[in-house]
Design a protein around this ligand. Structure first.
Ligand SMILES: [Zn+2]
Ligand SMILES: [Zn+2]
Length: 95
């Protein structure tokens, strides 16, 4: 079960997301369970190579079943799923 603030990535397409609102569902990408990134260690490595990873792409995905919401940090063409169905995309308006 994902918790708010946790980072997950897909080992297949390298898509990376941060949990905005936790849910009971399991995050899946490319048909495979996403991997939880160890918060401190991995993020420090990531930030050294990429600037401001927390900002994300401004795209959120929401699960219609468990309400889990994620922010996509590194977007790929991989299909994000939760609770066995595709997550719904939500454009975030910055204003
Ligand atoms: Zn993927
Ligand atoms: Zn779900």
């Amino acid at each position: 079960m994902a918790k708010k603030g946790q980072t997950f990535f897909c080992e297949i397409c390298k898509q990376k997301v941060v949990v905005v609102d936790g849910g009971f569902g399991v995050l899946v990408c490319c048909g495979k369970e996403m991997t939880l990134v160890g918060k401190k260690d991995m993020m420090s490595v990531w930030t050294s190579a990429h600037k401001s990873p927390e900002e994300g792409s401004g795209v959120h995905f929401i699960c219609g079943i468990c309400g889990q919401k994620i922010n996509v940090i590194y977007e790929t063409t991989g299909i994000l799923e939760c609770c066995g169905q595709r997550m719904m995309m939500e454009e975030v308006s910055n204003g």
